[in-house]
Write a new protein. Sequence first.
Length: 149
Amino acid sequence: MSENIDQAAIVVSCTKLFVDYGRHVDFGDYDKFVDLFAEDASLDLGFKLEGKDKIRRSMSKRSDELRSRHVLSNISIDVESETTAQGIAYLSLYRHIGPESLADAPVSLTGPAAVGHYSSRFKLTNEGWRIAACSLEFAFKDDAQFPPI
C-alpha cells in the first residue's frame, strides 16, 4: 500500500460496514443491509447463507415482531492489501419477539439476549468496500430469546 492514509480510509470504510450492518438489521432496512455484501458473500449466523440472493431471502423471513438492537464495540480492522481486509466486532445483542415490538413504546428488558462477536472479511468491489464473509459466534446466549424457527 502506498501510505497510511490509504490504510486509514480502508479501516473507516470497513468499520462503517460493521456499524451499518447492525443499524440496517435493527431498523428493518433489509435492502440496504443486503447491499453491504459482495455478490458472492457468505453470512454464517449458525446457518450459512451463500450469495446476496440467499441473504436477501433470509432477511425477508424476519418477523416484524422481532425488535433488536445490535450494540457493536471493540471493532478492530486489519488491512491486508489495497483490496482486502478482515475484522472483528464484539456484539451485545438485545432482542424481543412479540406484538409489543410493533408499538412505539419501549419493551421490557431483562438483559442482553446474547454476547459474542462477528468475524468478517472485506473486499473492494466496483461498488466500494463490501462484506465478503461474515460469521457470528456467541460467547453467551439466552436460549429463551432464540426460539426454534
